[in-house]
Ligand binder design. Structure first.
Ligand SMILES: [Zn+2]
Length: 244
């Protein structure tokens, strides 16, 4: 047969595609923004509630605890979400494999009909399906892609997803506390650093949307600033009420 014959000399492909899903950058930026906003808001609340205290150790403690708690919680959530998705896909792939082994004629017919739907002649479609089914692994991969929309060799890794969301949240959450760690005694430096970082993150996200970068940047900065102002206000109220 001709299946293994050398490929003919096709003209060269003259275009490339960027990764339209945004790849790793998008989730990393969202994780960092999450850390920036939630930890800025957290320490703003504590700073508001402990106003007038000479030392800022409560703010630093809250900031580091918030960093650890948030990063672990993000990682756990991401792990569970990706693991359940991957397990569900794996279960369907296993089901498909059992069908392909025990009922190959029906599965060849099913695949052939899909190719007929894509515009191939029935006879050619049947021949393509038969050749794909010569190898069970290849048949499973093709069925999984056509019927489930997944690549069995490239299922998302829950550990990788958990690790990267842990890291990106932690990096974002560190920034608001960082000035305190190097000697600052007020919220202001951390606030400025965080708002600048939020602007950058918001601007980066617009690379995959159609918004202008400055709109995305300002929007993110305003949201973060509003969250911090709100918790600062709440902290001040609680602090001055004597509850804090
Ligand atoms: Zn199938």
């Amino acid at each position: 047969m001709t299946a293994d014959a050398a490929a003919p000399d096709y003209p060269e492909i003259t275009h490339e595609h960027p990764d339209v899903t945004g790849g790793w950058l998008r989730p990393a930026v969202f994780g960092a923004m999450d850390g920036l906003v939630s930890n800025l808001a957290l320490i703003a609340g504590v700073a508001g509630g402990t106003r007038g205290n000479a030392d800022s150790s409560a703010v630093v403690l809250a900031g580091l605890a918030g960093l650890a708690a948030g990063a672990f919680s993000m990682a756990a959530g991401e792990y569970t979400s990706v693991a359940s998705q991957t397990e569900a896909a794996q279960r369907e792939i296993d089901k498909e494999r059992r069908e392909i082994v025990s009922n190959p004629k029906a599965e060849i017919g099913e695949l052939a009909e899909m190719y007929v739907d894509k515009g191939l002649d029935r006879e050619l479609a049947l021949e393509v399906a038969r050749q794909i089914h010569v190898d069970v692994d290849r048949a499973v991969a093709v069925h999984a892609r056509e019927e489930l929309g997944v690549d069995p060799d490239d299922l998302a890794s829950p550990m990788l997803a958990a690790g990267s969301s842990f890291l990106s949240f932690a990096v974002g959450a560190l920034l608001p506390v960082l000035p305190y760690l190097v000697g600052a005694s007020s919220l202001l430096p951390g606030l400025v650093v965080t708002l600048v970082a939020l602007f950058v993150c918001g601007a980066v996200v617009t690379q995959v949307t159609s918004r202008s970068w400055w709109f995305g940047g300002f929007r993110q900065m305003l949201l973060g600033g509003a969250a911090a102002a709100l918790t600062y206000g709440i902290g001040s109220l609680v602090g001055s009420s004597g509850l804090g």
